[in-house]
Design a protein around this ligand. Structure first.
Ligand code: ZN
Length: 160
């Protein structure tokens, strides 16, 4: 069965950055299941999988524009230290959830001073060229309910 819109696709994958470091992998886990054509995964990977079949193996390079976006310096902001009242100790690299106009997002602490904390709202993989090794484990038709919800139910998907 070929991959097209409204198929549920299960993939094994390894994600590396440009330097060859492994950032994420499904090795030793269930394959990742997603609903094709619903924007569940980054556009560059979804596009590369279109028309492929179960058993196919492919290497996909995704530029930031089709991945997690370019880095945007406007998303780096100084926040008064008092905004972190609940947190005991704030250190560079720590991540916090923040409420924004489009819902919750994650900010990463870059620098800490006595008065302020520099936080970065860019996705951790923004600006990165991504390299995926993908093996397509399974392709099936999505159920009517999955199509309606825009995501996969059952193994590797939502459970609700
Ligand atoms: Zn659902």
């Amino acid at each position: 069965m070929q991959i097209s819109a409204n198929k549920v696709v299960s993939i094994h994958y390894t994600l590396k950055n440009d330097a060859g470091d492994v950032l994420d992998s499904s090795a030793g886990r269930e394959p990742l299941a997603y609903l094709h054509g619903a924007g569940n995964i980054i556009p560059g990977l979804e596009k590369a999988l279109e028309g492929r079949s179960s058993g196919d193996k492919l290497n996909v390079t995704v530029q930031p524009g089709e991945g997690y976006g370019e880095r945007n310096d406007a998303l780096i902001q100084d926040v008064p230290r008092s905004a972190f009242e609940g947190a005991d100790e704030i250190q560079p690299g720590m991540q916090f959830h923040a409420q924004g106009p489009q819902g919750m997002f994650v900010v990463t602490v870059r620098e800490v001073s006595d008065e302020s904390v520099k936080v970065d709202g860019n996705h951790p993989l923004a600006g990165e060229v991504l390299h995926f090794d993908v093996e397509i484990a399974e392709v099936r038709d999505a159920t009517a309910e999955e199509q309606e919800h825009g995501h996969v139910h059952g193994a590797g998907g939502h459970d609700h």
